[in-house]
Design a protein around this ligand. Structure first.
Ligand code: PMP
Length: 304
C-alpha cells in the first residue's frame, strides 16, 4: 500500500487526503480526459527544514500545456504556487512524488471537451525506488506507442496510459520487469513511463520527438548533462536491432530516475556501464543541489 501524504489539494482547497473524493459519474473517469504531472521532492540533504523539487518550472509548464488540450486554461504560475503550498502543508520527511491532475469533473456522459467543467487536484506519496536500481529486464512490447494524429502526445494525457498499462502488464506476466514500445513506424519509442537512451561505442542515442515519445523532463536533463560531460549524443530514430547490440541502455523518468537495462528479450547487456554511471552520478548531485552549475534546476521550499 502506498503511503500517501496527509494533505491534498482538491476543489480549490487543502483538506485531508482521505476526504478528497470524486463521484463515480465523474466525466474524466469514463473518457480518460485528464492530464497529469509527476514531480519528485526530496528533503534537502544539507538542510533538514528544506525540500528540494527538481525542475518545478518545467513540470508546471508541461502540465499547463497539457491542460490546454483539455480546453482548460490553468497558468503555470498558478500550478506552481499550489504545489509550493502543498509541500509546505504536508511537511514531508522522506523522498516523495507529487501527482498534480487536471480533469473533466462534471458528472454525466458523452465524451467532449466543451460544456464540461474541469478541476485540479494534487496529492503526494512517499516514493523511494520505482524500479530496481540494479537494473531491469525488458520485453519489446506487442503494444505500439500511439501517434500524434490520434492524440496529443505533447501532453501527458491520462487516457493514453491504457497503452502503457497493457505493455507493462504484458511484460511482467511474461517474466520481464518493463516494456519497450515501438512506434507505428517500428522505431523504438519509449518504455511504459520512461524515456530510453542507448550507448554504443562511447556515444549516446535517444529517440527524437518524431518517434512519438513523451517530452520527458528527465530526458531533457540527461541530454544537457551528457553534452556537459563531453559525451556525444544524437536524437534520432533508433532501430530495435540497435537495442540488441548496445553497450548500455538506460531508462529515465521522474519516478525511475536512471534505471539500467540488464537484458532486452534474450540479449544480455554488458555489466559495466561507464556512461550510465557517469550520468546517474551527475544527475544525483544536481537533484541533491550539490552542483552549483545546475542550481536553477532545483527549487528549494522552506518548511518553516
Ligand atoms: N514517458 C512516459 C509515458 C511517462 O509517463 C514519463 C513519466 N512522466 C516519462 C516518459 C518520463 O518523463 P519525465 O522525465 O518528465 O518524468
Amino acid at each position: 500500500m502506498d503511503s500517501f501524504l496527509p494533505i491534498a489539494y482538491f476543489q480549490n482547497q487543502f483538506l485531508p487526503f482521505t476526504d478528497a473524493k470524486i463521484s463515480i459519474a465523474t466525466h474524466a473517469l469514463h473518457y480518460g480526459t485528464g492530464v497529469l504531472g509527476g514531480l519528485r521532492g526530496i528533503p534537502d540533504p544539507q538542510n533538514a527544514d528544506r525540500i528540494l523539487l527538481f525542475r518545478l518550472d518545467r513540470h508546471c509548464q508541461r502540465l499547463s500545456q497539457s491542460a490546454s488540450f483539455l480546453h482548460c486554461d490553468l497558468p503555470s504560475s498558478k500550478i506552481q504556487q499550489i504545489i509550493i503550498d502543498f509541500v509546505q502543508k504536508n511537511q514531508p520527511t522522506k523522498s516523495f512524488y507529487i501527482r498534480p491532475f487536471i480533469y473533466t469533473s462534471s458528472l454525466g456522459i458523452a465524451p467532449r471537451l466543451h460544456n464540461v467543467e474541469t478541476d485540479f487536484f494534487v496529492y503526494g506519496l512517499e516514493l523511494s525506488d520505482y524500479l530496481p536500481k540494479e537494473g531491469v529486464n525488458c520485453r519489446i512490447s506487442s503494444w505500439y506507442r500511439q501517434e500524434d494524429r490520434s492524440l496529443p502526445l505533447r501532453g501527458k494525457i491520462s487516457g493514453a496510459y491504457i497503452t502503457s498499462a497493457l505493455a507493462k502488464t504484458e511484460a511482467v506476466q511474461s517474466g520481464f520487469d518493463e516494456a519497450i514500445m515501438m512506434n507505428s513506424q517500428g522505431k523504438v519509442s519509449e518504455a511504459s513511463g520512461m524515456n530510453i537512451f542507448v550507448a554504443r561505442n562511447g556515444k549516446l542515442v535517444t529517440p527524437g520527438f518524431e518517434q512519438d515519445i513523451l517530452e520527458g523532463i528527465t530526458r531533457d536533463s540527461v541530454i544537457t548533462i551528457a553534452r556537459d560531460l563531453g559525451i556525444e549524443i544524437t536524437e534520432r530514430p533508433v532501430d530495435k536491432s540497435e537495442l540488441l547490440i548496445a553497450d548500455e541502455i538506460f531508462l529515465c523518468g521522474t519516478a525511475a530516475k536512471i534505471t539500467p537495462i540488464n537484458r532486452v528479450e534474450n540479449y544480455q547487456l554488458p555489466q559495466n556501464r561507464p556512461i550510465t554511471e557517469k550520468i546517474l552520478d551527475k544527475l544525483t548531485g544536481i537533484i541533491e543541489n550539490r552542483d552549483s552549475k545546475y542550481k536553477d534546476w532545483v527549487f528549494p521550499i522552506n518548511l518553516n
